[in-house]
Design a protein around this ligand. Structure first.
Ligand SMILES: Cc1ncc(COP(=O)(O)O)c(C=O)c1O
Length: 379
């Protein structure tokens, strides 16, 4: 098979069903599998926590589009993240985390795994010297989100991979915002890619899921062992929906990027907008790195509003076509106030976000309608 991105997304792991020729992998709604005599498994399937053919199809497709050795599908992005931490780390190990990241990721480190002895330090990952300075002999993971949620910060994946490996640590990249269509961290030296497939990979706001893709088979197998032992797997229907979304990721991402660029232009020209955060802008501090490691700059746009928190909340409340809601990456546009919504769990922490910040997930609706809605919402 040729290996263009869209070809892999549509065909990898998705051979027509051997029994019927169905071109779409069926939803195998079964918990267990008949054995042909004790231990006589058909194609290795014995119990659906360990493996299920619908999930296998998704896992193979994810591994292919991220250029990894092994993909794994989970019940949510956070379940995937927790599996990485508990596979790689032991009590008293240390993890470097971004000083800007999804609030729930921060909560997982600060409120859950810290109680089990995992140490962490939030570091500005755009600054390689700061990362080098934060490394200890116990550092097992450098955890990167790029672009970050919600400030759209950029970290240099290749530079961080080199730094992590010099210190015998792994580089883990949360690739949720970029998606594998725009950025492939494993090709830049990362060891594990994490996704909330709830977002661009699923793409239709109809399923919660997560994924891991490992660069090496050994690490992939270790993660798979823990996936089965810990149990937070994707169910077959969720895997099927996510796989259906993945097939159109390329065309969706191009339209997300087109529309986001138009939205950025509107915001830049608007008197009530004090700052636009988008890695595609020449003045963005991470622009050069983003241009080097991303195909385009994505569908997420954040901006700050003159008038502070109340003004930012008002913009969110007034928008109509931009639906007020958490999450991102679906075909429909969403607007939110990170300080009071997705990042409320980071309040009072080094990851607290500015109160005047609004985050947009720019969807693929008719762009003129999106621009008209934002103009109205900004007042
Ligand atoms: C960048 C990023 N990583 C991880 C997650 C967690 O994923 P999930 O909500 O699927 O558990 C999110 C959720 O918003 C996210 O935005």
């Amino acid at each position: 098979m040729s290996n263009g991105f869209e070809t892999l997304a549509i065909h990898a792991g998705q051979e027509p069903d051997p029994l019927t020729g169905a071109v779409v992998p069926p939803i195998y709604a079964t918990s267990t599998y008949k054995q042909d005599g004790v231990g006589g498994l058909r194609s290795g399937y014995e119990y659906s926590r360990s493996a299920n053919p619908t999930r296998t199809a998704l896992e193979e497709a994810l591994a292919a589009v991220e250029a990894g050795a092994r993909g794994l599908a989970f019940a949510s992005g956070l379940a995937a993240e927790d599996t990485v931490l508990r596979t790689v780390c032991r009590p008293n190990d240390h993890v470097i985390i971004p000083n800007d990241a999804y609030g729930g990721t921060y909560r997982l480190f600060a409120k859950v795994n810290e109680r089990w002895g995992l140490r962490y330090d939030p570091v500005p990952l755009g600054n390689l010297d700061a990362v080098a300075g934060a490394m200890t002999q116990k550092t097992k993971i450098v955890w990167v989100e790029t672009p970050t949620n919600p400030l759209l910060g950029i970290a240099d994946i290749a530079g961080l991979a080199e730094l992590a490996h010099e210190n015998d640590a792994l580089l883990v990249v949360d690739n949720t915002f970029a998606s594998p269509y725009l950025q492939r961290p494993l090709e830049l030296g990362a060891d594990i890619v994490v996704h909330s497939t709830t977002k661009y990979v699923g793409g239709h706001s109809d399923v919660v899921g997560g994924a891991l893709v490992a660069r090496s088979k050994e690490l992939g197998d270790e993660l798979a062992y823990h996936q089965n032992a810990m149990g937070a797997v994707a169910g077959p229907f969720d895997a099927w929906l996510t796989l259906r979304g993945l097939k159109t990721l390329g065309v969706r991402m191009d339209r997300h990027c087109d529309n986001a660029e138009r939205v950025v232009d509107l915001l830049l020209a608007h008197p009530k907008v004090t700052q636009v955060l988008y890695p595609g802008l020449g003045e963005h501090p991470g622009h050069e790195v983003a241009a080097k490691q991303m195909k385009r700059f994505g569908g997420m746009v954040s901006f700050r509003v003159a008038g502070g928190e109340e003004a930012a909340v008002e913009v969110c409340n007034r928008a109509e076509l931009f639906t007020l809601g958490e999450s991102l990456g679906g075909v429909e546009s969403l607007i939110e106030h990170p300080g009071r919504m997705t990042h409320a769990s980071a309040a009072g922490s080094p990851l607290e976000v500015p109160a005047d910040l609004v985050r947009l997930s720019v969807g693929i609706e008719t762009v003129d309608d999106l621009l008209a809605d934002l103009t109205r919402a900004l007042g």
